[in-house]
Design a binder for this molecule. Sequence first.
Ligand code: BDP
Length: 599
Amino acid sequence: TESYNCWLQYKRNDSIRPPAYFSRIVINGESQTLKAAAEELKTGISQMTGIHPQVASEEYSNNAITLCSLNNKHIQNIPDLDLLAREINDEGYIIKSASETGTEGLQIIGKTDTGVLYGVFHLLRLLQEGSGTSDINIIESPKNQLRMINHWDNMDGSIERGYAGGSIFYKDGQCTGDARRIKDYARLMSSIGINGISINNVNVHEVETKLITEEFLPEVAKVADIFRIYGIRTFLSINYASPMQIGGLGTADPLDPNVREWWNSRAEVIYRYIPDFGGFVVKADSEHRPGPFTYNRTHADGANMLARALEPFGGTVIWRCFVYNCLQDWRDRKTDRAKAAFDHFMPLDGEFLDNVILQIKNGPMDFQVREPVSPLFGAMPQTNQVLEFQITQEYTGQQVHLCYLIPQWKEVLDFDTYARGKGSYVKRIVDGSLYPYKYSGITAVTSIGMDENWTGHPLAQANLYGYGRLIWNPDLSEEEITNEWVVQTFGHDQEVKETVKAMLAESWRIYENYTSPLGVGWMVNPHHHYGPNVDGYEYSVWGTYHFADCHGIGVNRTLKDGTGYTSQYFEENFGLYESVETCPDELLCSFTMFPILTN
Ligand code: BDP
């Protein structure tokens, strides 16, 4: 059970000196979210201190931990509350302890009930870390608006690129209805600030196509009901050809009035079951998935049609940019898969409706152990963008090898695109501060399954935890995140802490060095992507070549005499990558044919 509870173990810790007011939790409101917050706090305090707090529903109480949201009128004794309120966003919170407010007790105040819940998880984290509670004064808001998780779960119970057992949502073509597991999952995700989860694979097969029909919507709604309590909106991946596969229409053309009407009424039905449904995640015209290209329409035509259907209900369309020709001839050194996403989407900037969000993988290829950052970031000022990471370790050791990905993700977030001059970091694009995006944020393909410890190996939990913390606040350092996770997972033993931290810190670079150094990528076995293979992909159609021969190794992507990929970057980075002198060592084979020197 220790590993089942991940970072929410709430181990007994006698060094915590619980103040008297720990024996009372007062909730100022009726919502299920506030109740869940109180329940979590009660569990945490009981397990850690042995005090069993009573939970009371009252307007206000002095000698207690009070949980309430700002729209509640009875908050007292906090000077400058209005001012504070302006400093947090809708999911933010304030935690103030007795000495700060001049009263006995502690207040956790959110702008919304979800903010209160986040505040509770914050307090519990502090207690697990062994911090005192006497002078807490915290004002906190998430930096990113959409903080998502994508599942690649299939309804037969399998998970595409899953390394931790079967799906927690489905089995044998049905929904599992495993409310306990799903609730614990929601707690874990909420504790790290996740607010949106898509619950089925982006490759939507025949049976999952029906998730948006009345056959399965009642079951999906049960999941959404649990998620909602924890501040999480439910999303579904959809099959672009649904109007044909389940709607009985002869086409899925986005400009066909019947197709549009079909999606409009589908949306109505979905929202009847799930009033706060988040929207659709769409993989279209990618790796044999259907899409608007069949009808000579653009991605914008396709996405906008779905966006119009969801718009009246506040839903969004998250359209993936993982689009490339997966039937390339390896001898054709002109077609460069790395260029594909930019070539497809950049010219469409300005054509998408404002409830469409483009979801862009961190690199131009496919979640390799090391890749350059996708040049699409910053290149579309008028199009909402979400960054996609991969927590599940498809190309990074499949949760059998240790590969701590926080350092990789930090490099991506801190990458300067120069889109608007120096300081145009990826993290400032996806947090919506560089361009005034209506929607933006970060998502990731998750690593969890039915295994007792969720992630196949307990150390792989670090990537899941770190992902949530990092996208809540990309300015957190790797060390802060690691420290938090290690203590909450393994406790306070100094030797254990130092050993685990050192293992995590080095693991990504070590993994890179023994699998695919210098940015060469793809040194894996085809299909399952595990284990080393130098030529596994070299003569296949996927566009993933290293071109190693007696002259050298690597793909020449320069403008001068290569594929020209380098020119998709803004000037400063273009210059950097164009020359072998300035190209960072770890990306040499991504940008140049690195010569093998002979005499
Ligand atoms: C690749 C996976 C494949 C996914 C695809 C995607 O190998 O299973 O379907 O990405 O992101 O990494 O759509």
